[in-house]
Design a protein around this ligand. Structure first.
Ligand SMILES: *[C@@H]1O[C@H](CO)[C@@H](O)[C@H](O)[C@H]1NC(C)=O
Ligand SMILES: *[C@@H]1O[C@H](CO)[C@@H](O)[C@H](O)[C@H]1NC(C)=O
Ligand SMILES: [Mg+2]
Length: 255
C-alpha cells in the first residue's frame, strides 16, 4: 500500500514537471522577465519566424502590453518619421505617375479592438468573426499613418490602397470605413477580386503592383516610390517599390 502511494505521488510529480512551462520545447529561454517574448516578437518582426498561427500563450501579457501600453504607437510614429524624411528626398514629377502603396488592415486602419477580444492573437484566426467586425465599418484610423497619407496626397503622390480583403463581401464596408476615418483623396482602393481568390498575398499584391508599373493599360507606368504594410507579404515579391516599410504587428501572420 505504502509503495503504491509513493508511486502515485511520484507519477503526479513527473506529470506536473512535464506540463509546466519550464519544459515546453518551444520555449528555450523560459523566465518570468519577458525575455522569451521580446525575442519572439523581434524574430517575428524581422521575418525570422514565419507562418506562425497564434501568439504563444505565455506572451499574451507581453503582446497586450506592447499593443495597448504605448510602445506600439511610439514605434509607429518613429517609422513614419523616417518615411517622411525619405519622402523629403523625392522630387515629385508633374506627370502624375509617382505612386505610393499602402496596405489597409493594421496599416491605415486598426483591428486592435477586434484582436483584444481574440486575446491579442493567442486565439486562432476566426474568418467569420473578422468579417462581422469588418462589416461594422468601425476600424479606427491609425493616426500616424493618416498623417503620412495626407502628406503623400498633398505632395502629389498617387496613393493606392491595396488590401487582401474580399471585394465582393467587404468592398463597400471597407470603402465606407476608410472614408469615415478620413482616408480621402487616394487614387484607388484595390481589393481582392474573384480572380485572385485563394492566391497568396505575395502573389496577389505582386500582380497588382506589376500592373501599376507595367506600361500597357490605362493603369500603368507608375513609379512606386514606397510601400508600407504590417505584413511581410505586403512587401515581398515583385515590383515591391523603391523602399518598403514594415509596420509592427505581433498579433497575426498573413502568408
Ligand atoms: C528608385 O531608385 C533608383 C536607384 O536609386 C532610381 O534610379 C529610381 O529613379 C528610383 N525611383 C523609382 C520609382 O524607381
Ligand atoms: C515575379 O516575377 C517572375 C517573373 O515574371 C514570376 O515568375 C514570379 O512568379 C513573380 N513572383 C510573384 C510572387 O509574383
Ligand atoms: Mg495589413
Amino acid at each position: 500500500m505504502q509503495r503504491i502511494w509513493e508511486l502515485l505521488v511520484f507519477l503526479l510529480f513527473i506529470k506536473l514537471v512535464y506540463t509546466s512551462a519550464y519544459w515546453r520545447p518551444s520555449d528555450p529561454f523560459p523566465d518570468s522577465s519577458g525575455r522569451y517574448c521580446l525575442s519572439w516578437r523581434l524574430a517575428v518582426e524581422a521575418n525570422n519566424v514565419r507562418a506562425w498561427r497564434t501568439v504563444p500563450t505565455q506572451c499574451l501579457p507581453h503582446v497586450e502590453n506592447y499593443m495597448t501600453g504605448g510602445q506600439y504607437e511610439h514605434d509607429l510614429n518613429f517609422i513614419i518619421e523616417h518615411i517622411e524624411s525619405y519622402i523629403d528626398t523625392i522630387q515629385v514629377s508633374d506627370d502624375g505617375l509617382d505612386a505610393w502603396i499602402l496596405d489597409v488592415d493594421d496599416t491605415c486602419i486598426s483591428n486592435v479592438l477586434y484582436y483584444q477580444g481574440k486575446r491579442f492573437g493567442c486565439d486562432p484566426f476566426d474568418p467569420v468573426g473578422f468579417r462581422t467586425w469588418a462589416l461594422r465599418r468601425g476600424c479606427p484610423a491609425i493616426p500616424a499613418v493618416l498623417r503620412l497619407f495626407n502628406n503623400l496626397v498633398d505632395r502629389g503622390f498617387k496613393v493606392f490602397l491595396v488590401t487582401g480583403r474580399d471585394e465582393e463581401t467587404l468592398g463597400q464596408a471597407t470603402l465606407d470605413n476608410l472614408h469615415r476615418q478620413g482616408f480621402i483623396g487616394y487614387e484607388k482602393l484595390i481589393l481582392r477580386s474573384a480572380e485572385y481568390r485563394g492566391q497568396s498575398a505575395v502573389a496577389y499584391k505582386s500582380e497588382i503592383r506589376s500592373q501599376l508599373e507595367g506600361g500597357g493599360g490605362e493603369d500603368g507606368g507608375y513609379r512606386i516610390w514606397g510601400n508600407v504594410g504590417d505584413q511581410w507579404s505586403d512587401l515581398e515579391g515583385n515590383c515591391t517599390g523603391n523602399r518598403t516599410f514594415k509596420l509592427p504587428n505581433p498579433m497575426y501572420f498573413v502568408p
